[in-house]
Structure formats: C-alpha cells, structure tokens
Design a protein around this ligand. Structure first.
Ligand code: OSB
Ligand code: MG
Length: 367
C-alpha cells in the first residue's frame, strides 16, 4: 500500500485529576495524534511523549520536530508491504522511539483496516478481553490514598499500582496492605532510588507486592541486577527497556523478572511483540503499561495486551479514569477486572474527528 498522506495534530486535554509520579506531575496534557492515509483508508495513532523530558528525554516538542522535519516527509509517498516497513527510510535516526512509534502504530491500524481485520487479530492476539489494573499517583496523605484505592476496587480493577518515592513508600504501603489485605498491589518508583536504599527496598518483601517497577536509574541494568539478587519482590523494568537488545541485556544480567511493555517507549508494536516473544521464550511475564493516553493510544495498548504472553494486568484503565470525555467512541470501560478488546477493523473504535478538529491548536499535513 502507498502512504498517500500524513497529518499530525496537537490539542490540549486536561486529566480529571493531577497525576504525580516521583519524576514529575501531569495535569494538562498535550496530545499528539497522527493519521496516515492510503487506499482511501485512515490509520490512527497517538504519540506518548509528555510535556517535560522527565520520564523520557522525548517531549511533545521534540516529537513534533522529529516527525515534521525528518520522519513524515520521508515516509509519505512510499510503498509499504507491512506496517514495520514504514520506518525503513528513517532507520538512520537514532533514538526518538516515541516519535517513530507513532508512525509505525498508525501504519498497523491502516494495514489492519486494509486487511479488514482488527488490530488485535493482525498482531496475533488470542484474547477477547484483557486483565486490567489502575495506576495511582502519589497522594499527599494516606486517607486520600485509601479512599481512592477503595473507589478503584469498586470499579473492579484486577490490581492496583501505587506510585512511590522516598518519604512516601514503605510505611504508606504497609498501611495499605493492612487496610486491604487481599488486594494485588504493586509499586512503581520511576527511578527514585539508588542501591544505598537497599534496606528500604528489602522492607517491601514483607508486603506481598506483585513487583516493584523501575526502582533505580532509567539506564542502569547493572544495579537493578544487584538489587534483584538482594530482594524477593520481583523487579519489573519500564524506563530501562527501549529495544530488544535492552531485553537481552536485562535477561543476561538478571536485572528483572518482569517487563512493562509500552509500545510508544519501545518504538512501536513490532518491537513490543518481539520483546513479548523473547520474554515468553525465557518463561517470564510481561504486561502492557500506559502513558495516560486518550482512547486512540489505549486502543493500541488493548490490542497489544491481547497477545498470549501478556499474563499480568496492564495499566489500561477506563476512559473515565483519565478524561471527562474521551476522543473515541465507545469509550473504554472495565468490568470485573477486564476490558473488552475491540473487534472492528483496525483499532476498532471510532475517533471523534469533529471534536479533535475543534480542539486542535497545531496541525501539519504531508502529501
Ligand atoms: O511509569 O508507568 C509509568 C504515566 C506516565 C508516565 C509514566 C508512567 C505512568 C503511569 C500511568 O503509571 C499509566 C496509565 O494509566 O496510563
Ligand atoms: Mg512505570
């Protein structure tokens, strides 16, 4: 298929609630949506870069720059056989996986639609619904935290992830464990600790957590391996894993026992699937993370999580956990800890183009 046109749009969308993690906070998100057109069809994706270079060096503005100045002009007009070919002309660009992923993921949606199959089916998904959890930001006090956790449990989430940082960690989690003895909890530190904190991190072993996500530096495989050898709680890597090579390194060093796969972080769905396959071969679990996406990015995540190796609940929550009103219909919802995988062609949800047009503050088209 020939890629005939690409359109990148930015619009603001405010989260229903401020979301704090150890490396920063989010409230007013800058959403980037990309469409690729060919054969009279349109493929959609969302670029997951954030406003600030905290979680990753990429930002909304670096992604806009790399996409509009380097990537989109080179891919429009090209013939592709499959979704991953679309990035071939820009394989020389180092890094910027979030910008590149947007192109690759829109190509997956577009080619799935051309094949008349759902994105889940095109990826090799085997599940009609996926197990989902919720990620809870850092709260100033335990009462607010307990109240929010209780609400999410009522919504039926299969597990609850708690963001932690020094000063809001072991005691806070011990209080939660006491209040909710049977709930599946995990913690995510977003790189807030060093190996000097090993005693504090070892204290988590008593709290029966499913895992601790990214406790140490974003680029540090060596000390994560040291830490994993010192604690019983499984270490899960998020920020550290951007490529299949990173996965090989983590397996070789035993830096983690679990990986959180975010397609935006690893440069797309193709690499996501290869990391999934490699972990499955190693007998280790993966799950699908989130980046506070709208329904467009969420649709890609749900399709990815329908692959057989995604055996742990994902950070894939209902649309209303994030937004007053999502930009897709139907909105994503959770029941009994599960989210249905859309079955329509491509991402399988309808994008509200009129609302997006009304919200758009910058737009670039290539044809
Ligand atoms: O570390 O997983 C993370 C959100 C923004 C940046 C990093 C992370 C997160 C989340 C939210 O945990 C997951 C979601 O519900 O989308
Ligand atoms: Mg994380």
């Amino acid at each position: 298929m020939k890629i005939e046109r690409a359109t990148l749009r930015e619009f603001p969308l405010s989260l229903r609630e401020f979301f704090e993690i150890s490396s920063g906070g989010s409230q007013d998100r800058r959403i980037l949506l990309l469409t690729l057109e060919g054969e009279g069809l349109e493929g959609w994706s969302e670029c997951v870069a954030s406003r600030e270079p905290a979680y990753s060096y990429e930002t909304t503005d670096t992604a806009w720059h790399v996409l509009t100045d380097f990537v989109l002009p080179r891919i429009v007009g090209r013939e592709i056989e499959g979704p991953e070919d679309v990035l071939e002309p820009v394989s020389w660009i180092r890094g910027h996986g979030m910008a590149k992923a947007a192109v690759e993921m829109a190509a997956w949606d577009l080619t799935a639609r051309a094949d008349g199959v759902s994105l889940s089916e095109k990826l090799g998904g085997t599940r009609a619904s996926v197990s989902v959890g919720v990620s809870v930001g850092i709260k100033p006090d335990d009462d607010a935290l307990h109240e929010q956790v209780a609400g999410f449990l009522e919504d039926g989430y299969a597990r609850v992830k708690i963001k932690i940082k020094p000063g809001r960690d072991v005691e806070m989690l011990a209080g939660l464990r006491e209040a909710f003895p049977d709930v599946s909890f995990m913690a995510d530190a977003n790189s807030a600790y060093t190996l000097d904190d090993v005693d504090r991190l070892r204290a988590l072993d008593a709290l029966d957590l499913m895992m601790i996500e990214q406790p140490l530096r974003y680029d540090d495989f060596f000390h994560h391996a040291r830490l994993q050898a010192e604690i019983e709680t499984p270490v899960c890597l998020d920020e550290s894993i951007k490529t299949v090579g990173d996965t090989e390194l983590a397996l070789e060093l035993e830096s983690c026992r679990i990986i959180n796969i975010k397609p935006g972080r690893v440069g797309g769905l193709g690499t996501s699937r290869r990391i999934h396959d490699r972990m499955r071969e190693a007998g280790l679990a993966v799950w699908c993370g989130g980046m506070l996406e709208t329904g467009v990015g969420r649709a890609h995540n749900v399709a990815l999580a329908s692959l057989p190796g995604f055996t742990l609940p994902g950070d894939i929550s209902a649309s209303r956990r994030y937004w007053e009103q999502d930009v897709v219909s139907p909105e994503f919802d959770v029941a009994g800890g599960e989210m249905a995988v859309p079955t329509g062609p491509g991402i399988g949800v309808e994008v509200d183009v009129e609302r997006i047009a009304a919200l758009t503050v910058r737009e670039a088209t290539f044809d």
